[in-house]
Design a protein around this ligand. Sequence first.
Ligand code: CP
Length: 309
Amino acid sequence: MNRSIVSIADYSKEKIQSLLDMAAAFERRPNRRLLEGKVVATLFFEPSTRTRLSFETAANRLGARVIGFTDPKVTSSSKGETLKDTIKMVSNYADVIVMRHRLEGAALYASEVTNVPIINAGDGSNLHPSQTMLDLYSIYKTQGRLEGLNIYLVGDLKYGRTVHSLLMSMRQYNPTFHFIAPRELEMPDEYKRYCKDNGIRFKERQDFTEDTIADADILYMTRVQKERFTDLMEYERVKDAYILRADMLGKCRDKMKILHPLPRVNEIEYAVDDSPHAYYFQQAQNGLYAREALICDVLGITLEEILKK
Ligand code: CP
């Protein structure tokens, strides 16, 4: 059985809870040498700081060795080698392949040409399931639940794969989403249809004020994804459409947390970092624990085995 993680949208509540429990175990003690003798490959066809480094840290803390690349220009794909051949080659060397690629569907395709588990570390504007796992862990930790939350998604909802993944994975938890985006970057129809088909409540709006966010449990800010624009003039027009300022937090719920997958460009002013609502740096730290859990999961290592180590 290939245990690849291309999407976590179809995971059951039990499966998600088990991954949350695994992440919590790793937060209590990150160093557990469950992967002695294993090799984890990290193939990053697109730039990354957090995802790659936290996956590599996770592999190291689990006792695995890491191979991989951060720039496809230094690999034989620059000579014309296909993704299929690259995946088949790396499958000869590694026990798990973590891959980020600019093409939507690349991770699914990779999972179909190998028996080595693939973990999707982001495929174009499509999905980013390991980010979603750390987002769910962050939400669960700070709110004490996943059920019935008011979640505001702000910024680039068109190209932002993290919001697409999060939206789908919250399907079973009765959320209310608020989509705040400039018209050019609004949530694509396919995800709105997904919401309707799955009974997910959502509201679309363009105002972004202290009053707008007063009833938010989670305020999920996103960067406008410059690299996905074909027209840079359009990017310039929308890039600063929504900026969160510290003076907008006066009416927020006490437990409200601000999340951001990072990197941040200009959408959260630095003064917000000092607010007790700011959680984006801890969120990135949670990525280590969530990714340790995901690597174990694709290798069939259970919570019981983690707790014994
Ligand atoms: N959140 C995220 O994917 O960050 P990186 O692009 O730095 O990996």
